[in-house]
Design a protein. Structure first.
Length: 144
């Protein structure tokens, strides 16, 4: 069995956003030489995520609006005023931790005949919820 590891460095210039990383992951599958196996893709940061969905701009905007309703940004630390206790540590990103929890840490995709074995419209995305700095995404591939 082969094992292959690659790390992508992501830098989203805004606080939140989504980046389609499907091509980079497929490129890693080709580099690995694995024809049949599994590909794990995960964010190595607690304020970003990796998930699978459709490449459609309206859907991405819908996600950002929905996430903001569920965990609105508030740099304050006073829960009585809508702030987050986590922000009392000097951070302002409690909402980003919650958004990551909702969107997930990782995906696993089957590799069949040296290609990511997706359903119709499926793509892999990096989700950023506290951007403007470098973060890492791990691609780990195992198989034959």
């Amino acid at each position: 069995m082969k094992s292959f590891r690659k790390v992508l460095t992501m830098r989203v210039p805004t606080r939140t956003g989504f980046v389609n990383i499907t091509d980079e992951v497929q490129r890693a599958v080709r580099e690995s030489g694995v024809r049949e196996g599994l590909c794990l893709v995960n964010s190595m940061h607690i304020t970003s995520s990796v998930f699978i969905n459709d490449e459609e701009s309206g859907l991405k905007r819908d996600y950002l609006r929905w996430l903001e309703k569920l965990a609105p940004f508030d740099a304050g630390a006073d829960p009585a005023r809508g702030g987050y206790e986590h922000n009392a540590t000097g951070e302002d990103n409690a909402d980003a931790h919650m958004k990551r929890q909702i969107m997930g840490r990782e995906v696993v995709v089957a590799i069949t005949d040296a290609k990511l074995d997706f359903g119709t419209w499926e793509q892999i995305f990096y989700g950023e919820f506290d951007g403007r700095r470098d973060k890492r995404v791990l691609i780990k591939i195992i198989g034959d």
